[in-house]
Design a protein around this ligand. Structure first.
Ligand code: DQA
Length: 147
């Protein structure tokens, strides 16, 4: 099983970026922890970070032909703005779990709306770096369960 991990803009700065909100764990650390979890679940994890909306759209659009079974994605600021990423998810229809390190509903009003969440099977938010692991486990469960 192949899982694509997508991280959007500014997440390459995790660890130094507003640590009071996003925590002190860096993106390479998050990816490495998630690789361990993926290995335990018997999945291959393909990791992609970009600050550019079009690159994320391209990656989602190619996901099926790349043999991807499901997506874990933190669209970061594009969560709240990107019709293009929402449309890409609607086009490929791959099971996707949206991730946010922070609880976006407990923050500024402009973060309460997610344009991408309606195209996802679920959303996990507010548990810092651990959120990625819960999202991967939930996605794996959905992909392997018979119900
Ligand atoms: C974020 C929340 C977004 O509102 C913000 O723009 C981010 C990170 C999170 O992981 O908590 O860049 O997606």
């Amino acid at each position: 099983m192949k899982i694509l991990l997508i991280n959007g803009p500014n997440l390459q700065l995790l660890g130094v970026r507003e640590p009071g909100i996003y925590g002190g764990v860096t993106l390479p650390e998050i990816v490495s922890r998630l690789r361990g979890c993926a290995a335990e679940l018997g999945c291959e994890l393909i990791d992609f970070q970009s600050n550019h909306e079009g690159e994320i759209v391209d990656r989602i659009g190619n996901a099926k032909s790349d043999g991807i079974d499901g997506i874990v994605m933190n669209p970061a600021a594009y969560t709240h703005t990107s019709v293009a990423i929402r449309d890409a998810l609607a086009a490929v229809r791959l099971p996707t779990v949206e991730v946010h390190l922070s609880n976006i509903h407990a923050r500024e009003a402009f973060r309460h709306e997610s344009l991408t969440a309606p195209m996802c099977i679920g959303v996990m938010a507010g548990f810092g770096a651990d959120t990625y692991e819960w999202a991967l486990r939930a996605l794996h469960r959905r992909l392997t369960s018979r119900v």
